[in-house]
Design a protein around this ligand. Sequence first.
Ligand code: ADP
Ligand code: MG
Length: 323
Amino acid sequence: MAEFDLIAHIAARAVRRADVALSIGDDAAVLQPRPGEQLVACCDTLNVGVHFPHDAEAADIGWKSLAVNLSDLAAMGATPAWALLSLSLPRADTEFVSGFMEGFAALADSAGVALVGGDTTSGPLAITVTALGWVPHGLALLRSGAKVGDVVCVSGTLGDAAAALHLYQHGARCEAPAQTALRARMARPGPRLDLGVALRGVAHAAIDVSDGLLADLAHVARASGVGIELDAACLPASNALRSVFDGDDCRRFMAIGGDDYELAFTLTAAAFETLCQTWDRQTLPITRIGRVVEGSGVVLRDAEGQVIDYGRAGWEHFAGAGP
Ligand code: ADP
Ligand code: MG
């Protein structure tokens, strides 16, 4: 039967781990968490036409479906361990599943994640991954811990994926190195797992930037009951982004573009200095971009201190669809 052939195909690519007592093949998986650890669980869906274009590479879809989940675990300071994969496919397309699993397994292997189960159904192309990981008891990084006086930092560079999407939507199919680099950020985001672990017990609050920096930091501000001020001049841009877009466009992509999967976090200035001494910033830059203040909301200021207003920023499903 096609469904079971596909499942066998998927199971063949799964990483093995000692803490998986029972994997794919029974009604459910049996997993063995270690004492002193808390289980961290998250789930994200990718829909064709919403989260990836109809002509996206199957391997990129596979990579990204796991990456967006591992990014959520990274933002909690969790170490990933296990994943479940729910696939809805228009037909039993072995070629698509092979390509998909190639990308999924490449990231699962490098992150040490065992695929332990899932579901395979027919329907419009949609992928839901559930990722499970662990943190030492009490050390999960929350959105709600930001404190007045903290500095606000972000990893890596911002805006590349949004810029790549913009170019794609405007029909630009250029193979210049800078555009290829932007596209790679959109297709294969790298979850910041090592940084998340390094921030355990160090950061007061953290979030992964998936809907846009301003929108995601607004969640931190709300959950923490504080305000956040950001300096536009400090936002980190890649050379690729700077080489393709002018300053204003770069700034817009960095501030409100989605799909970055960088970590934004707050911590004391002293903790930031200490982190800078131990964290390898060549491999992954960390940049101070603002501060936590009394009040509410997120404000972005230019070098003259003027507020830059992008209106209602950030990606929201069903936005504008209400009565
Ligand atoms: P059930 O009918 O009990 O839900 P299934 O036939 O759906 O069982 O699944 C059989 C086994 O294959 C289960 O262990 C399930 O977790 C696994 N499985 C099914 N689809 C996938 C998938 N897309 N990825 C990983 N494992 C899967
Ligand atoms: Mg099932």
